[in-house]
Design a protein around this ligand. Structure first.
Ligand code: HEC
Ligand code: HEC
Length: 427
């Protein structure tokens, strides 16, 4: 079934006949619509909706000022991605021919004005950048590099492991309010942001104020994929809640959209001192202002669940070895006792103690349950950069398998371990 939704008009291909009609209302809050319309709307929210978060990113952090001065080379260097499909043909040709000056901030401004910088929503007035906001796509989309590294077609749900969120936030000329929130000075906040590095972000530091682990390394986690999540119960590395819980959490508490959020677990002042002090479990839009998050949650949820994990490219793994590895995964290596195919997490309450998987409890204890969530494993190939486990502690899948071999006393041979890795690469 082919379908387009355009400015309130939908066209369905039914039995070879195109049926076009106008939706009575395109209001996001309209509850009774077909599931496909919700997915299309949800994609728009995921890619382009800031939930009014410009009030924070520009109003407070004034990030539009340094971003307006970035050259395209600098923007790409910070991991920002350019959506090829948002560019006019003439610009694409000029890029191909190497005729675009990638050291000119005016080019960045042009890209922003065309909505071509993935996840960054710009307001350009009189040829100047007057505000920026961010969308889900900033962290959870990348591009396929079709034209050049960092310039290509959107890949929604793929984590952007090049994106240096800490460096971008660090450009802000007004970090004082964030430092005040965390109860530290600006240099201390900068050291936290500088430690994140590419592909990482710390969603919990704004709840508990912990910028570093006891071993002195950053407390940030990798940006996970936002694909392959249908059928999975609890989400995030530590199982904060389901997809729609987390979408509301992020839109309000991380992106600083204008919405409503309720979670009295955040009133625990011992565990979440910053959240408890600031009432993060009881967020409402400012007096008299509309809720710009809640009406979008149903469509966003539908879109999230519609994002299937991508299939590994042909030739990227050895099929015979992967088949042998699959038998080990389900049998002697005990992997499927937790990573249950085909969702590769447990149907049900998919959490485990740190001891069960043989790692420290630092990040688990920052979450509500003191546990780690069994990661759904489809599409692993799409986020090899940055490593595996919540903090990227294992650089390769071979390292992950070696860890389980030791921890679970598996005594796998070298050949078996490599078969298991080929299987993981095939998922
Ligand atoms: C600044 C980067 C950033 C932005 C913007 C962002 N996220 Fe995330 N997202 C993360 C990080 C980091 C995590 C991991 C958090 C954790 O596990 O503690 C995460 C986790 C998730 C998860 C859980 C994935 C899983 O495997 O269970 C979902 C779903 C998700 N985000 C969806 C969204 C949506 C929808 C939006 C927009 C409303 C959004 N995110 C905006 C960085 C971001
Ligand atoms: C007791 C349950 C359990 C068993 C058994 C188990 N896992 Fe896991 N697995 C987890 C949990 C929980 C995580 C999340 C760890 C983290 O993010 O820190 C995880 C993470 C992973 C990851 C990292 C995924 C990513 O995106 O970072 C891989 C790969 C993996 N497991 C493969 C395996 C293999 C292979 C086996 C068998 C040798 C196995 N697991 C056995 C629970 C389990």
């Amino acid at each position: 079934m082919a379908r387009r939704v355009n400015a309130g008009t939908a066209a369905w291909l039914l039995g070879g006949t195109i049926v076009t009609f106008t939706l009575a209302t395109a209001a996001l809050a309209t509850p009774r619509r077909g599931p496909n319309a919700a997915i299309t709307e949800g994609r728009h929210v995921f890619r382009y909706d800031t939930f009014g978060d410009e009030a924070f990113w520009s109003g407070v952090l004034r990030l539009h000022e340094p971003i307006a001065a970035l050259t395209p080379v600098q923007a790409l260097g910070a991991g920002l991605k350019v959506d090829l499909d948002a560019l006019p043909a003439a610009t694409v040709d000029a890029l191909r021919a190497g005729e675009v000056n990638l050291n000119d901030p005016a080019v960045t401004l042009d890209l922003l004005a065309r909505d071509a910088v993935v996840g960054v929503k710009a307001k350009v007035e009189d040829g100047a950048l007057s505000a920026v906001g961010i969308t889900c796509a900033l962290c959870h989309s990348t591009v396929d590099d079709a034209l050049a590294p960092g310039v290509g077609h959107r890949l929604d749900g793929w984590p952007n492991r090049d994106l240096n969120v800490g460096a971008i936030v660090g450009l802000s000329p007004n970090l004082q309010p964030v430092a005040d929130l965390l109860g530290v000075d600006v240099p201390a906040l900068r050291s936290v942001l500088d430690a994140w590095g590419p592909g990482k972000f710390d969603a919990t530091v704004f709840l508990d104020g912990k910028g570093f682990r006891p071993d002195g390394r950053t407390a940030a986690t990798l940006i996970p994929p936002a694909f392959g999540l249908a059928g999975v119960n609890l989400h995030t590395f530590t199982g904060w809640g389901q997809v729609t819980y987390w979408n509301a959490f992020v839109a309000n508490l991380e992106m600083h959209g204008q919405g409503t959020f309720f979670d009295p677990r955040l009133d625990d002042a011992t565990k979440f001192p910053i959240a408890a002090r600031n009432g993060f479990g009881h967020v409402r839009p400012p007096e008299g202002k509309p809720d710009l998050v809640t009406p979008k949650l149903p469509a966003l949820h539908a879109y999230q669940l519609s994002l299937a994990a991508p299939r590994p490219p042909e030739g990227s793994f050895d099929p015979a070895a992967a088949a042998r590895g699959g038998a080990l995964f389900a049998g002697a290596a005990k992997c499927a006792s937790c990573h249950v195919p085909p969702i590769f997490t447990e149907p049900g309450w998919n959490l485990h103690t740190p001891a069960e998987i043989g790692i420290d409890d630092f990040q688990a204890n920052r979450g509500p349950e003191g546990r780690y969530r069994t990661t759904p494993l489809r599409g692993l190939f799409a986020h090899a950069k940055g490593g595996y486990y919540h903090d990227g502690r294992f650089a390769t899948l071979g390292d992950v398998v070696d860890h389980y071999d030791q921890h679970l006393d598996l005594h796998l041979t070298q050949a078996q371990r490599s078969d298991l890795v080929e299987y993981l690469k095939s998922l």
